[in-house]
Design a protein around this ligand. Structure first.
Ligand code: MG
Length: 174
């Protein structure tokens, strides 16, 4: 897959991609979400490989900011009712093209970005229209390692996955 070697940026939706799509609200209206640690590690590996992660979500929640900070994700756009302008602003900021960008989304608001980018990805739980637009559908659903699978898929195609692994195999022999 030729296009994958150009990918420098992975844009992630939150609900249904980084989570299983469930939102837990407490009586004060505070929102809780569950994130997956294997996804988190994958995001770090992707950045360690010299690539960028950006988060674009239609909702607004402090927990997203918190999780992004933990993972060193600097570009977080929340409350993006229309995601395409947000996507365009991220590419402009990083000086990247559509061909250098992968997008992972699960629902219709993600479609304009998915149709525009060089490598569209859907988690297993994505709606039919999104799955149809995707070049890769992960085996795992959102919140259960789908992002990790997408990251591994890209880094294996760019030949960078082995160098991620090396570090751990190397340390185990010391
Ligand atoms: Mg979503």
């Amino acid at each position: 897959m030729e296009s994958l070697t150009n990918i420098e940026l992975l844009v992630l939706d939150v609900d249904g991609v980084l989570t299983d799509g469930r939102i837990i609200l407490d009586s004060d209206g505070r929102e809780m979400k569950q994130f997956n640690t294997q996804d988190g590690a994958g995001i770090k590996y992707f950045q360690r490989a010299g690539k960028h992660i950006a988060i674009i979500t239609g909702r607004e929640s402090p927990v997203v900011e918190r999780r992004a900070a933990e993972l060193g994700v600097k570009i977080v756009i929340q409350g993006a009712k229309d995601k395409l302008p947000a996507y365009e602003s991220v590419l402009a900021e990083l000086d990247l093209t559509d061909e250098q960008t992968a997008v992972m989304g699960d629902d219709l608001p993600d479609l304009p970005m998915l149709l525009r980018c060089g490598f569209p990805i859907a988690p297993a739980n994505a709606v039919e229209e999104v799955r149809r637009a995707a070049a890769l559908i992960t085996e795992n659903p959102g919140g259960e390692g789908a992002v990790r699978q997408a990251v591994e898929y890209i880094l294996k195609h760019t030949g960078q996955w082995d160098s991620i692994l090396e570090r751990y195999y190397h340390e185990s022999h010391e």
